[in-house]
Design a protein around this ligand. Structure first.
Ligand SMILES: Cc1ncc(COP(=O)(O)O)c(C=O)c1O
Length: 1003
């Protein structure tokens, strides 16, 4: 524990930062000045600025960044605490889109296991069994709760899951492009769906509310005839609607099925335990076809709205096996390694963007993986009984309030004929703002104003309250005494007793079998899982294109402060000034970092940022009366998300996506580009260029390409996944960029979480500011913060403010970097890569071929020589397997593997980042040289790799052929332990490891 005392505030950190070697380094750069000058010397440069000499001067930042000076650790801690204290955390009954349930202590424990929280997507299953098992547990637990056999390991949030389910149902149904949407879904999520569907083939038909019952108008559905429904592919409806009332899901599912429409049921997994609502497999005669929902509150607190945990499931049983391959997202399957050991691996990836590009089922790449990890752990801790207890407490609290209200004049339960569960709408004879104000004076956040949700009810004073297991007697007594104070008591003979038990038709009939485990058992188990992964904490994690840098502990500590973690996204703005301040600062800082005048902090991942960019482009052109711009240019080497995003944005005609070719320098071929401009210029919506590109080379013609695109009337999107190379050095405004995303989980130190949640900030040029989605945050003259929409906003990509928790982390990081730290960080990242490149290029050929003399930025690609390939072929490793197999040898040296086979099929892409000392980089170099020696002298040891991981190479083909996506969770999945732990490997000499590998291969 470290106590930091300053001025009035005493802040106690739950860890001692001095115990973590990277935590207190200035700018989180651990190489010292001497090491930096040695590295510069080795690569033949005099100073850090020389690393950027090849980038056209025109796009350099001339002056220092308009960012504050850096803070030292203590000052950053104090500042973060002070901002968090600006949130009103009084007793709250606000739940609505994001209810708040008690967070089980296991969640905090698991979230601190760094090899789980900081590792990447488990593309190397032999070194990622920790992550894979946690996701397997999530799939199994959610499958037990919902009855659905296939649960993916998450989409961004409920609205993203709804939209993905809609496109999936449309693909599988092939009836037409119309979708029925229940008006009783949350309005802000309907906004997201509408925004996402803009310029696609989808058309929505809204099923209206019944203002009497607060439910859908079932008679409206009954009146539809064959002709009305024959081009409807899907129907999305909630189990618990936006007024907290239970829809007749039996009727709705059966209605859909009888009309050949796929049903998408929106459920809340927290309510499906014993004593809870009935699972979606029991809706109507056969259950719903797809499920979507928000599972965030299974794991964590609201965090001002994000990260969310988008639940998505489909059936996968003897009757229906066909849907699964059309679904979006990531699945974990049970597998065997080549030695017959049980293990886990990602399956079904041939649907995903990294393989299928524009033909992928979705553009999702980073998902919400770590929340799935936490939700799984939380469910194992609570078990079926724990869920039942939580729901019981919530229902009791609700009943108690209903009973109390019955005795009062001027307040009553609205829609009393319909059934609720843990929520309640109260109608009052006072205006809602008046009640809210009085409640605030009584230290209560009473609920959500829902009068406007039903047309014709705008004048009714309706407040919705959500109850959960956080509402103990103290909380409900406080609410009741507030009501007693405001409303007068009825006479006894005026009280109508209408106590209604929830009708059993809405409830779970069978018993949920979900075991629970003690904290001790689970903490030991998850610690063992963490041991099966590696973390960037422990040394170079060379996964190219992923920027696996050190993720400061300070960031996570800050994000967990109650003023941030407990803040509700629908609280009155005056109650959440702390979170709004963070959003404001981040918004402004990213203007400075990118050199662009507009920023939205709403998108939740790089791929979603790309979609925001393309939709902004479309909106801009349409606003200018230009409806013909339906083509987007993308370099062939781009990340799969670029193509998948373009398809998702509606560039689906045969020449909607035009591939740009590369020249011999590995950058965009200008001749080819010019030809394409000639042909498609008049139809060009925009171009998407990754810069530095996926080979780690700066696109030195970017500026002139941007000019040509602008001259043709198009716009320029820069995929900013590689900002770690140029942040603070290159002014994107001068470069000609109109929109760019910054992946916060790369450059801006958000932990990768085993695949997510990621986050993104999109910055735009002047032309696009009026169209920005979400809300802009403003600092008012009195220093307070408020939000506003832009004049021609394209809509919303998130129900609230985006992944707020990650904005806190990025803010905390930037506090420590300040204006000097940002360019320093990029420079050291590039220097580290150039240093490795200079050391390794004599041992391995590099890709793209013949580009050796072109300076690399933050990453580079190695390949094998013809001789190496031949050597490996002689021991039975064919050329297509050689690179992935060499990747496995890195695991034996205690490292993660580089990125294999992207963007070059025969490439090993290495990105060291700025987080490591020269000594650590040298150790990595030694390992790669040993790998070369093994390929040359002991190729048979490549064949048997990996040797020290818990399992041998996984048989992915068999796992995909015989899909096992869940099983009954009776006990914790059994584990194989490391044959040599990464922590032990890290303490061995590299040459010693090499000889152990060779010995191991012989045995
Ligand atoms: C170049 C590039 N573009 C886009 C993405 C997608 O970003 P996200 O995973 O945040 O959706 C990635 C992710 O790896 C990437 O490397």
């Amino acid at each position: 524990m470290m106590n930091i005392t300053k001025k009035k505030l005493q802040v106690s950190l739950p860890y001692d930062p001095s115990e973590f070697p990277r935590e207190l380094s200035r700018h989180y750069i651990t190489a010292d000045d001497r090491e930096i000058s040695e590295m510069l010397n080795f690569v033949g440069l005099d100073e850090l600025d020389d690393l950027y000499k090849h980038i056209p001067e025109v796009s350099h930042f001339n002056q220092g960044l308009n960012l504050p000076e850096e803070l030292n650790y203590q000052d950053a801690v104090e500042k973060l605490s002070q901002i968090s204290l600006k949130t009103n955390l009084s007793t709250s009954f606000i739940g609505d889109t994001l209810p708040s349930w008690k967070q089980h202590p296991i969640v905090d424990f698991v979230s601190k296991l760094r090899p789980l929280s900081t590792s990447y997507t488990p593309y190397q299953p032999e070194r990622s069994q920790g992550t894979l098992v946690t996701h397997w547990i999530y799939q199994c637990a959610l499958s037990a709760l919902t009855g659905f056999e296939a649960i993916n390991t998450s989409l961004y949030d409920r609205s993203a899951a709804m939209y993905e389910a809609i496109t999936c149902a449309t693909r599988t149904n092939k009836r037409g492009n119309k979708i029925l949407l229940a008006d009783s879904l949350f309005e802000n999520e309907l906004d997201v769906i509408k925004t996402l569907a803009e310029e696609t083939i989808l058309e929505f038909v809204h099923v209206p509310f019944n203002s009497e019952t607060g439910l859908l108008q079932y008679s409206w559905l009954e009146a539809l005839n064959e002709e009305d429904t024959n081009d409807i592919s899907a129907f999305v409806f909630p189990q618990v609607n936006s007024l907290g009332l239970l829809e007749n899901v039996d009727f709705l599912s059966d209605f859909a099925r009888s009309h050949g429409i796929r049903s998408i049921a929106c459920i809340d997994p927290m309510l499906l335990g014993n004593g809870g609502l009935k699972p979606p497999t029991d809706f109507g005669a056969e259950g719903s076809d797809f499920i979507v929902g928000e599972a965030q509150h299974l794991a964590i607190q609201p965090n001002f709205g994000g990260p969310g945990l988008g639940l998505f499931g489909c059936r996968h049983n003897e009757k229906n096996k066909k849907d699964l391959r059309s679904t979006p997202g990531r699945y974990i399957g049970k597998a065997k390694d080549l030695n017959g050991r049980d293990c886990f691996v990602m399956v079904l990836s041939t649907r995903e963007q990294h393989i299928r590009k524009e033909k992928a089922t979705s553009n999702v790449c980073s998902n919400q993986a770590f929340l799935a990890t936490l939700a799984g752990a939380s469910l194992l801790a609570k078990g079926g009984q724990g869920l039942a207890d939580s729901v019981f407490t919530a229902k009791q609290a609700r009943e108690k309030v209903i009973k109390a209200v019955k005795h009062l004049e001027g307040i009553n339960v609205a829609f009393d004929e319909s059934r609720g569960f843990n929520e309640l709408v109260l109608e009052m004879n006072h205006s809602v703002p008046e009640i809210e104000k009085k409640a605030r004076n009584a230290e209560l956040q009473i609920g959500i104003n829902v009068g406007h949700r039903i047309a014709s009810s705008e004048n009714r004073n309706l407040i919705k309250l959500t109850f959960s297991d956080i509402h103990d007697d103290g909380a409900t007594d406080k609410l009741i005494s507030f009501f007693n104070h405001i409303f007068s008591r009825k006479k006894d003979d005026e009280i109508v007793e209408r106590h209604q038990e929830t009708d059993p038709q809405f409830l779970r009939k069978d018993t949920l079998h979900l075991p629970s485990f003690s904290f001790d058992e689970l903490s030991l188990y998850y610690e063992k899982l963490a041991d099966l992964n590696v973390s960037p904490d422990d040394g170079c994690y060379p996964l190219g294109s992923c920027t696996m840098k050190y993720n400061p502990l300070l960031n996570d500590w800050a994000a967990a402060l109650p003023g941030f973690a407990l803040a509700h996204p629908q609280s009155a703005e005056s109650d959440v000034q702390g979170p709004l301040e963070i959003l404001f600062e981040i918004q402004e800082w990213f203007k400075a970092i990118t050199g662009l005048p507009g920023v939205t902090t709403q998108p939740v991942a790089g791929a979603q940022g790309e979609l925001v960019g393309l939709k902004l482009f479309q909106a801009y052109h349409r606003a200018n009366g230009d409806f013909k711009r339906d083509v987007v240019f993308i370099p062939r080497s781009a990340h799969g998300t670029n193509f998948a995003t373009a398809a998702m944005a509606g560039f689906t005609n045969s020449d909607g996506i035009v591939y740009l070719q590369a020249n011999v320098q590995g950058t965009i071929d200008l001749e080819d580009f010019d030809k394409k401009i000639q042909e498609f210029g008049h139809r060009l919506c925009g171009v998407m260029i990754t810069n530095p590109n996926t080979s780690g080379i700066f696109e030195d013609q970017f500026h002139s390409i941007a000019k040509a695109v602008h001259n043709a009337g198009g716009l320029v999107y820069m995929d900013g996944a590689n900002m770690n190379a140029i942040a603070g050095k290159v002014d994107l405004g001068k470069l000609g960029v109109d929109a760019v995303h910054n992946n916060l989980h790369k450059t801006w130190t958000i932990p990768h979480g085993g695949g997510g949640p990621g986050d993104a900030i999109v910055a735009v040029s002047e032309k696009l500011i009026d169209f920005l989605p979400g809300s802009q945050i403003r600092r008012n003259l009195d220093g307070s913060f408020s939000s506003e929409k832009t004049s021609r906003s394209i809509g919303s990509f998130h129900r609230n403010w985006g992944n707020f928790g990650h904005k806190v982390r990025a803010y905390s990081y930037l506090l420590r970097l300040g204006k000097e730290g940002v360019p320093k960080m990029s420079s050291i990242a590039v220097l580290s890569a150039q240093y490795l490149y200079a050391k390794l290029k004599n041992y391995f050929p590099t890709l793209p071929s013949n580009t050796e003399s072109i300076p690399r930025m933050h990453e580079f690609i190695l390949t094998l020589s013809d001789e190496d390939f031949t050597n490996l072929e002689l021991v039975g490793i064919n050329k297509s397997q050689a690179i992935p197999q060499v990747g496995k040898l890195f695991l034996d040296f205690g490292f993660h593997a580089p990125t294999v086979a992207f963007p070059e099929v025969f490439g090993l892409m290495i990105e060291p980042t700025e987080s490591y000392t020269k000594a650590e980089l040298d150790r990595f170099v030694d390992a790669v040289i040993c790998i070369k020696e093994i390929i040359t002298d002991h190729p048979e040891a490549v064949k048997t790799a990996p040797h020290f991981t818990p399992i041998d190479r996984v048989d992915e083909v068999a796992a995909n052929r015989n899909l096992i996506l869940q099983e009954k969770l009776e006990h914790l999945p059994s584990l194989h332990l490391n044959r040599i732990k990464p922590s032990v490997l890290n303490n061995l000499e590299i040459r010693e490891i090499k000889s152990r590998i060779i010995d191991s291969a012989k045995n």
